[in-house]
Design a protein around this ligand. Structure first.
Ligand SMILES: [Zn+2]
Length: 347
């Protein structure tokens, strides 16, 4: 396909949490988190406990809509909802299909809720993949999983010919050594901030610069992995504006190493397409004359004017064509209120 200078193929968010789309405006946590683990315990592990099928559906629709509006046509999602596990991946896949965005789903298995919780997470990945769903097997992170759970996830993924999508060494207490000997090239390793250079893990390392800064976990220095692992770019749930994430990744990389070029960082953005090569069939037309990384690194505020996904126009003249964006926003606001009420009454 020949693209004009103001066009790109579809952008991919290589690590998203669509379930966090309703979190903005949520009630303050019971105490102010002072480190990475407390951020998980006081914010995200309370939010995921409060999710039900209704809030999963509307957060996915809102997240998919916001991705599309920023030219992101492919989402690699990592989901957790301990009190609504069964069927959750299909809810997310259906929501994205309705909006018209491609999605790869995974349920983050964890032993945080005992062996039954881990088994239910494993079963949801298995159900979704066996039904023909597009996905990977999800693991929350090695530090919340037993060795048996990690081995079971690796085996299920291998049986379905897919990789494992797992958080790795995000914070200093997020151990990764249990993954040694399990990983293969199709694994999707998220963050890697505290991985040593010679970690020996196989798979794509997904860098999430804004999230890492927000959680004060340090800089992943992704360039140090460039000889051993492909590097892709994700948002870790803070929207799916991949041009914006590219600019953040670029300026963060420059702060660390001033010789980093926009082309290097653009390569990270493009690497997400390895898992979703069909975004090459998507055409995003932008309100900017020249979609060249050296210009884009210094040009905020660029927006799509038209998006074709697999030949189907899903966005034109500033709005979506398949769904009513205003209606999704209104229903998502209502669902968010229900979620917030639930959070307020949680212990
Ligand atoms: Zn994440």
């Amino acid at each position: 396909m020949t693209l004009a200078p103001n066009q790109t193929t579809g952008l991919v968010c290589a690590h998203h949490h669509l379930y966090s789309a309703l979190a903005r405006g949520m009630p303050a946590p019971p105490a102010t988190p002072t480190n990475f683990i407390e951020i998980l315990e006081l914010v995200w592990w309370r939010l995921d406990m409060a999710l039900d099928e209704h809030t999963i559906e509307w957060s996915a629709k809102l997240g998919a809509l916001e991705a599309l509006e920023r030219g992101c046509t492919g989402i690699i999602d990592h989901h957790e909802s301990p009190n609504a596990i069964d069927g959750s991946l299909s809810i997310i896949a259906d929501a994205c299909a309705e909006v018209g965005v491609r999605v790869n789903c995974a349920y983050g298995i964890t032993d945080r809720h005992g062996p039954d919780g881990a088994a239910a997470g494993l079963a949801e990945n298995e159900r979704f993949l066996a039904d023909g769903g597009r996905g990977m097997v999800g693991l929350h992170a090695a530090f919340t999983c037993s060795d048996d759970t990690i081995a079971a996830a690796a085996e299920l993924a291998a049986n379905h010919g897919v990789g494992v999508h797992v958080h790795v060494a995000e914070g200093p207490t997020d151990t990764w050594q249990q993954l040694q000997g399990q990983t293969t090239d199709d694994w999707w390793l998220i963050h890697g901030v505290h991985l040593p250079d010679d970690h020996g893990l196989s798979g794509t390392i997904v860098h999430n610069p804004r999230s890492n800064m927000n959680n004060a976990v340090g800089y992943a220095r992704p360039n140090r992995f460039s000889a051993s692992n492909p590097i892709a770019l994700g948002t870790d749930g803070i929207g799916a504006d991949m041009l914006d994430e590219f600019r953040v990744a670029y300026v963060r990389a420059r702060e660390h190493e001033v010789t980093t070029s926009p082309d290097q960082v653009w390569d990270w953005l493009e690497a997400g397409r390895s898992l979703m090569p069909e975004v090459a069939d998507d055409v995003v037309t932008w309100n900017y004359q020249d979609m060249d990384p050296w210009r884009l690194a210094f040009s905020p505020g660029i927006s799509p004017t038209k998006i074709d996904i697999d030949g189907d126009t899903v966005f034109e003249a500033g709005t979506t064509t398949k769904v009513d964006a205003d209606e999704i926003r209104a229903k998502a606001t209502e669902a968010a209120q229900q979620l917030f009420t639930k959070l307020e009454t949680m212990p």
